[in-house]
Design a protein around this ligand. Structure first.
Ligand code: FHN
Length: 432
């Protein structure tokens, strides 16, 4: 009985909270723009990059939390050039960049007055790399999204979660009110000092999984964001269905509906705009030995597959400690840019098409135009289970050669001029 009433109370609380969040007209507009943008770049860059062993090195190698802070004294990314980064992202066809302002190690990659453990006050570099990035993004018309970790391995007031267990941080000095005040102070700085921000992208909710009653007080954080910048979207990488106050649903290392990486087990796909974030090699932060880069073809096909699944696609880069993008990443950005330059029209501004994804590929749609993206087909004939709409005309996207279409009760068959080859063969259908 007690269990049932607790459950009822919880359900009422959830319903009240969701009923309370009414997305504003600015947010609705921003969600549409977000969906239209389709492709972004993720950046994981911080003190950890110096150790060349990924962004989890501090926790994975049980580096003492006080010892780790000395890395800051030697952090001098002499080759960092925000404009060079942003120009490379823009040329790749990316419409937004998500930057790690503070990862789990607790070091802020922006000027904060909350403590000295930041790139301006705590390193010999003294430059606010976030400000430089924000200015370059403004200049080249790229939206800036900000990653912000809920986990902090440097602060004793952050309540111990399952990560960072062996770093020597005291476990009895936690004080979530103090930590929350710190985060709100930083969020206010991020949303006040860096121009328009496309999204705040939280991460780390999962760290308190062994403490199911833990209250992150997300409402306070989300309402602060929406109050400071009414068009700023809220994302939270909690690997669960969206919670009230959130504006997009993000999936880690998988397309929505997949769970090959183990982060999306049982995750319900909600009604919000969707996003897939993926590493370009194995880990997010710079790893000097990680050469397992995905091919350009793989990345391009995932941009297409994500779009066909009605989602955005964000590919991550872990810049080197000197501030340069790894050469492998630059090569891939160029190849992606070549493809997006020719075929971006079939991706940007589209939504997942009326023909759902299949083994052969996906469809994207803009108004009455349905783009059929064929990535895996050994035949010249392709059947589409398309019954809701009639096909007025069909042609190859490349070269505009006409494609014959025959119809039966189950759908239509496209007769292609040749067996599809390469990364993607696109047929453009006009629907009636
Ligand atoms: O722990 C992080 C990880 O370092 C990285 O930031 C990714 C990005 O989605 N998120 C967390 C793991 O879920």
């Amino acid at each position: 009985m007690k269990k049932i009433s607790t459950l009822l109370l919880l359900m009422v609380a959830c319903l009240t909270a969701s009923a309370q969040y009414q997305a504003s007209p600015e947010i609705l507009k921003a969600r549409t723009e977000f969906q239209d943008n389709k492709f972004g770049i993720y950046i994981h860059w911080g003190l950890y990059s110096m150790l060349g062993n990924g962004e989890w090195v501090m926790s994975n190698r049980n580096i003492n939390y006080k010892e780790y802070t000395h890395l800051a004294d030697g952090f001098y990314p002499s080759k960092f050039d925000a404009e060079e980064w942003v120009k490379a992202f823009k040329a790749a066809g990316a419409r937004y960049v998500t930057f790690t302002t503070r990862h789990h190690d607790g070091f802020s990659m922006f000027k904060t007055s909350a403590n000295n453990y930041n790139i301006v006050d705590g390193t010999p570099f003294h430059r606010d790399v976030l400000k430089e990035l924000a200015d370059a993004c403004q200049k080249y018309g790229i939206k800036l999204h900000l990653y912000y970790s809920h986990v902090d391995w440097s602060r004793p007031d952050y309540p111990q979660g399952w990560s960072g267990m062996g770093i020597g941080k005291p476990k009895d000095q936690y004080n979530y009110d103090s930590y929350l005040a710190f985060m709100k102070h930083q969020l206010t700085e991020l949303l006040t000092n860096y121009g328009p921000i496309g999204a705040i992208w939280f991460d780390g909710y999962w760290d308190q999984k062994n403490n199911p009653n833990f209250d992150w007080k997300l409402d306070e954080q989300y309402s602060l964001i929406h109050r400071l910048q009414p068009g700023c979207l809220v994302a939270n990488n909690h690997h669960k269905a969206p919670k009230p106050g959130e504006d997009l649903q993000t999936f880690e290392q998988d397309l929505p509906g997949q769970n090959t990486a183990g982060y999306s087990k049982g995750t319900v796909i909600g009604q919000l705009p969707l996003e897939t974030v993926m590493t370009m090699n194995k880990v997010w932060g710079y790893d000097i030995t990680d050469k397992k880069y995905k091919s350009s073809e793989y990345i391009i096909q995932h941009i297409i597959k994500a779009a066909g699944n009605n989602a955005n696609y964000v590919i991550n880069i872990g810049p080197r400690p000197d501030g340069k993008l790894p050469v492998e990443a630059v090569e891939r950005l160029k190849a992606i840019g070549d493809w997006m330059g020719r075929y971006g029209e079939t991706i940007y501004g589209t939504r997942g098409g009326i023909v759902r994804p299949h083994d052969w590929g996906v469809t994207t749609q803009k108004g009455n135009t349905l783009y059929v993206h064929i990535m895996n087909c050994q035949d010249r004939a392709l059947f589409l289970p398309l019954t809701e709409r009639r096909v007025a005309s069909a042609r190859m996207f490349d070269g505009h050669q006409k494609v014959r279409v025959s119809k039966n009760a189950e759908g239509v068959t496209l007769e292609l001029p040749a067996v599809p080859k390469g990364v993607d063969t696109i047929v453009e259908l006009t629907l009636k």
